[in-house]
Design a protein around this ligand. Structure first.
Ligand SMILES: Nc1ncnc2c1ncn2[C@@H]1O[C@H](COP(=O)(O)OP(=O)(O)OP(=O)(O)O)[C@@H](O)[C@H]1O
Ligand SMILES: [Mg+2]
Length: 267
């Protein structure tokens, strides 16, 4: 067995001088080039987990290793896509996408080539010189995605990237993302409240418990790849997995934002 790309051992994280335990003794191995989805109720520590992986915050206990190095030494290895786009409103689409490359002091030609490549790949050609407020929500999310892809980090961390979008745009982007990942091999950690999204995109899906967050179960999504929205969703195995996850979340009595939102699927 090769070494896991991302390895968590006994990871706990508490806030407010230990009064709030967000994560409790998490052990997790995420493998190279897998799409690892995480579902769980609101407040169970999903965002906290991503921030630990991104080196933005430190563990209270345990270790987070990326490629065998401490996460805070591997900050440049990861790129994050946020729920609310995270674009600079004062920069054009082009400048937003080029930002991470400039930060990494890449040569000018390379910046231009890569920025244009990912703008094209995410369907934003022709919108290079407009500002985020001139884009639709779906286009803004594409720009956020282009920016994260352009820096070529081999780990992509996505925190409910499609939560703010309407159901149709969301499905289009899921489909596109599955297509992009078929070309650009990446290790992806993808957080979502949508069970459908997790099953359609994931190689595995982790179900978390209510706070303090623990990993309750990890399911392998044994649906064939490349996936396509219609074929995957009509597969009886898809329904089986989806219903199983729903039952697991419901078992924890997740009302409100948890199981109900997840069962609703797209919001
Ligand atoms: N910086 C912080 N200071 C204090 N408490 C925090 C901080 N960040 C997170 N928490 C707490 O940790 C717990 C987990 O929060 P987190 O944002 O990781 O949840 P989540 O699973 O991402 O929820 P959601 O699905 O609503 O986004 C919550 O109780 C939250 O209040
Ligand atoms: Mg969150």
């Amino acid at each position: 067995m090769t070494q896991a790309k991302i390895q968590l051992r006994g990871v706990s994280k508490s806030f407010n001088r230990g009064t709030v335990t967000a994560l409790d003794k998490i052990d997790l191995d995420i493998h190279q080039n897998e799409v690892f989805c995480i579902v769980g109720p609101s407040g169970c520590g999903k965002t906290t987990l991503l921030r630990l992986l991104n080196g933005l915050i430190q563990v209270t206990e345990g270790s987070v290793m990326i490629d065998g190095r401490d996460a805070d030494e591997a900050v440049g290895e990861t790129a994050m896509v946020f729920q609310h786009f995270g674009l600079f409103p004062w920069k054009t689409v082009y400048e937003n996408v080029a930002y991470g490359l400039r930060l990494r002091r890449r040569p000018k030609d390379e910046i231009d080539e890569q920025a244009r490549r990912y703008i094209g790949m995410t369907g934003l050609k022709g919108f290079e010189y407009v500002y985020p407020h001139q884009l639709s929500g779906g286009m803004r999310q594409r720009a956020g995605l282009a920016r994260a892809l352009a820096v070529h980090s081999n780990i992509l961390l996505m925190d409910e990237p499609f939560a703010a979008l309407d159901a149709q745009t969301r499905e289009f982007l899921q489909d596109e993302l599955a297509g992009i990942w078929a070309v650009e091999q990446k290790t992806v950690v993808f957080i979502t409240h949508s069970i459908d999204e997790a099953v359609f995109l994931g190689d595995r899906v982790a179900i978390m418990t209510p706070r303090p967050g623990r990993v309750k179960e990890i399911l392998k999504v044994d649906l064939p790849r490349p996936r396509d929205m219609i074929a995957s969703k009509s597969d009886p195995r898809y329904m089986e997995l989806r219903n199983y996850i729903w039952t697991q979340l419901k078992e924890d009595g997740q009302g409100g934002n948890g199981a109900v939102a997840a069962a609703g699927g797209e919001r």
